[in-house]
Design a protein around this ligand. Structure first.
Ligand SMILES: Nc1nc2c(ncn2[C@@H]2O[C@H](COP(=O)(O)OP(=O)(O)OP(=O)(O)O)[C@@H](O)[C@H]2O)c(=O)[nH]1
Ligand SMILES: [Mg+2]
Length: 326
């Protein structure tokens, strides 16, 4: 299943973000600490390319701290970027972010005529408006635990010389790697109408039963070690039985148990969990490239059935494009 979600208002939001980016000094991009690579929006990257950027791995209270440390190193190696962890309940974060902004643009924020202008961007539901409310010290921006609460840019003032812009959560038109779609959906950044909760739950269960997060998963649902070796499909049925998710006639309510498992993950009921690491992404990308190459080779074979493949090409399933035959 390839998850894609780019509702109409985001096209307008993209243009507005482009315009706004021309008049701001600093960009704060919020990433979801549980899925930092998946939450890096290529559309936003393109728009903010030349801007000084602070990347906040937000909702870090729900992510595995060991993995977050690795991600921080990964992002801090990138040009023009400073990465920190974010957590709405961290009392020190407001002052830290304000200081960082001032440090990155020392010539701004010095007078009413030269305010420091900061734009907060990121995927839907990652916590942009919540952070803005924390920065300005009051509930000025609307928040809520569903994607696409903010629909248009909003200007807010920390004081006369510090302006912050809230922006709508942005997705992009085509998600290339299926894992990105799954991870964003599991973290609640994709609209419900674009999802199949049962497939999401099966993906999540497979990840949990085979990962270092087995213990938290087992504890939540009182699983025995042998349950972890069941297929995700059978394990979902077992969880449904344990939670009494049945529909009339004694049939299993897979939709209901799927929603429960996803919600338990989102609210941290199985412990702190990170869905991805830089190492895993390296592996997924190389697997993806390999499968794309195989598809291209098969397509070529279909188009040129008369082409005589060498022994080596037949073995690797890749046409030799360097020998002048093609
Ligand atoms: N656990 C946790 N929840 C957070 C954190 N920051 C925000 N949230 C919650 O995430 C949900 C979404 O927050 P918003 O601030 O509305 O997110 P947004 O990025 O503005 O969302 P859109 O406007 O829809 O794009 C709310 O329920 C917040 O309480 C955090 O650091 N940790
Ligand atoms: Mg918002």
């Amino acid at each position: 299943m390839a998850i894609q979600w780019f509702p109409g208002h985001m096209n307008k939001a993209k243009k507005a973000l482009q315009e706004l980016s021309e008049e701001i000094d600093i960009v704060i991009e919020l990433l979801d600490a549980r899925a930092p690579f998946s939450s890096c929006n290529p559309l936003i990257q393109n728009i903010i390319r030349f801007k000084r950027t602070i990347r906040i791995l937000n909702k870090s209270d729900l992510a595995d701290p060991e993995v977050s440390k690795v991600w921080l190193e990964y992002f801090n190696q990138q040009e023009n970027t400073l990465a920190i962890l974010g957590d709405k309940d961290n009392k020190k974060q407001r002052d830290k972010i304000i200081q960082l902004c001032k440090k990155l643009a020392p010539a701004r924020g010095t007078s009413f005529e030269k305010p420091l202008r900061v734009m907060i961007t990121g995927i839907p539901n990652v916590g942009k408006s919540t952070l803005i409310n924390q920065l300005v010290g009051k509930k000025a921006a609307k928040t809520g635990d569903v994607p696409a609460v903010t629909k248009a840019n909003q200007r807010l003032y920390l004081n006369d010389t510090f302006v912050i812009f809230d922006t709508p959560g942005m997705m992009w038109q085509k998600i290339r790697y299926p894992q990105i779609g799954y991870h964003l959906a599991i973290c609640n950044s994709i609209g419900r109408n674009a999802l199949d909760e049962e497939l999401l739950a099966l993906y999540l269960i497979e990840l949990l039963q085979t990962s270092k997060y087995q213990a938290g998963f087992s504890a939540r649902y009182k699983l025995k070690p042998e349950h972890l070796t069941l297929s995700p499909d059978n394990l979902l049925d077992l969880l449904a039985n344990k939670r009494g998710c049945m529909i009339t006639g004694g049939k299993i309510d897979r939709q209901k148990i799927s929603e429960i498992v996803i919600q338990d993950f989102r609210s941290g009921k199985m412990g702190v969990i990170s869905l991805e690491t830089p190492e895993l992404w390296e592996q997924w990308i190389s697997e993806f490239v390999e499968s794309e190459e195989q598809e291209t080779a098969q397509e070529e074979a279909r188009i040129h059935p008369e082409y005589e493949y060498s022994e080596e090409e037949q073995k690797t399933n890749k046409p030799n494009t360097h020998n002048g035959k093609k």
